[in-house]
Design a protein around this ligand. Structure first.
Ligand code: HEM
Length: 430
């Protein structure tokens, strides 16, 4: 049997360095090189105490195959997101589990389909129609506010950040006054690899203090959502919080940790992701006034812009899988128990699938990108994400005449969910 393809150290460093993800073009260059030379490559840490070795998967076809074969490529038992051994140890101390939160992304069959079924219908387009008017109203208010602050605004701070957060909080029944608390808890829970975004001061704490902080955040989340669930059991509404609160699996309500995990995955998965794709779409329009004029005149182009922005930004940059058995991928022999990174940024920029992949092409067709994943875990909120973006851009195109860059756009340093953290723009109202 041939030797495994071990990725040279400098390339391996890039694949796991949060700062490399803030330098987009350099990152894409590196992935192009890795994909064309070693599409399935083993990353072995220089220091074995740092993290467990894993396979980096960068080709579109391989990421698609792995995502769809949920019996061979499991989400459990290793972390679903690339984690240092120290972080896994923290998690175990804080919660007794390898993962801080047990949720849909952590479960495999037979539990996963049972949990997923609970809210699947709620997130389908037919049901989302009921909340469309509320989202439209929120979009209009957000855009009006931005115009009031103009002509120069940071689009991420004023629009792309707060708008998806409010949508998700609304569907979870979290009132606006509790939003800062939810945001703070999320930051404490996930730490944040970006000093500007984290704001928790974690970088100055001892490991024990971090464990305490994280354990406290998990408890706070559980307490908050237990209370919310109680309210929704007493007085159900038509929000997704009520569906989770009243759900039965095998005739039993969800255990408190699983219920909190369900709320937390919806709260966190639906926020920074849509922020990143929204900001990316706006940057593409600001950089291309002709495209802006075309879509302003012809709104039928909008769904293409939304879809291309989601591919182009690939806000969820990777997930991890664990092989359930020995299996060959891209000519490499993967062993049962091996850990693997499916890299959506690399897959969505694979020239074998997408012609001129770095170009923002609103007319790209087909555009079968992997930004929402594929298979049993494919994004539960993908219809909501598209709807939110379409509605926001309708409001923006109605109210603004022109948009242009007004400073340097900055990306977050993060290997997991990434994208623009700042997008200064000059807005000309209509
Ligand atoms: C542009 C925005 C978004 C992107 C790029 C995105 C991307 C993803 C990806 C890549 C996955 C994992 C797929 C896989 O493993 O195959 C996922 C899962 C998930 N997403 Fe999204 N997402 C977005 C928006 C949302 C929204 C708005 C919500 C809900 C409010 C949401 C809720 C979820 C949930 C609950 C899961 C776990 C599904 C499961 O494991 O069964 N996402 N998302």
């Amino acid at each position: 049997m041939s030797e495994p393809a071990i990725l040279p150290t400098d390339l391996a460093r890039t694949a796991i360095d949060p700062h490399a993800y803030a330098e987009w073009d350099g990152l894409l260059d590196t992935f192009d090189h890795i994909r064309s030379t070693m599409p399935v490559a083993k990353i072995v840490p220089e220091d074995p105490d740092l993290f467990e070795p894993f396979w980096l998967i960068t080709a579109y076809d391989d990421v698609m195959r792995i995502s769809k074969d949920n019996a061979t490529f499991l989400n459990n038992p290793k972390p679903v997101v690339f984690s240092l051994k120290q972080a896994i140890e923290f998690s175990r101390k804080a919660t007794g589990s390898n993962m801080l939160v047990d949720s849909l992304v952590v479960f495999d069959a037979p539990i996963h389909p049972k949990y997923r079924k609970l809210t699947q219908d709620w997130f389908m387009p037919r049901n989302l129609k009921r909340i469309e008017a509320e989202i439209r109203d929120l979009a209009a208010r957000t855009v009006d506010r931005m115009i009031g602050l103009g002509p120069q605004v940071d689009f991420v701070k004023e629009v792309a950040g707060p708008y998806p957060l409010r949508v998700v909080m609304q569907i979870l029944g979290v009132p606006p006054e509790d939003e800062p608390r939810m945001q703070m808890l999320t930051q404490q829970l996930f730490g944040g690899q970006d000093a500007d975004l984290s704001g928790t001061g974690m970088e100055n704490m001892t490991p024990e203090q971090v464990v305490q902080l994280v354990a406290g955040a998990v408890k706070s989340f559980e307490g908050y959502f237990a209370e919310l669930a109680e309210k929704r059991r007493a007085n159900p509404t038509d929000d997704v919080a009520s569906v989770i609160a009243n759900a039965l699996v095998d005739g039993e309500p969800l255990p408190p940790r699983d219920m909190a995990g369900y709320y937390i995955i919806v709260a966190t998965a639906g926020h920074d992701t849509t922020s990143a794709s929204t900001a990316g779409a706006m940057m593409a329009l600001a950089n291309d006034p002709e495209q802006f004029a075309r879509v302003k005149a012809d709104r039928s182009l909008l769904p293409g812009i939304v879809e291309e922005a989601i591919r182009w930004t690939s806000p969820v940059q990777h997930f991890m899988r664990t092989a359930a058995k020995d299996v060959e991928v891209g000519g490499q022999q993967i062993k049962a128990g091996d850990w693997m990174m499916i890299n959506y940024v690399a897959a969505n920029h694979d020239p074998a699938q997408f012609a001129d992949p770095r170009r923002f092409d609103a007319a790209r067709s087909p555009n079968r990108h992997l930004a929402f994943g594929a298979g049993a875990h494919q994004c539960l909120g993908l219809h909501l994400a598209r709807l939110e973006m379409r509605i926001l851009f309708e409001a923006l195109l109605d109210r603004i005449e022109a948009v242009e860059p007004a400073g340097e756009a900055k990306r977050a340093t993060s290997t997991f969910v990434g994208g623009l953290k700042s997008l200064p723009l000059k807005i000309t109202p209509a």
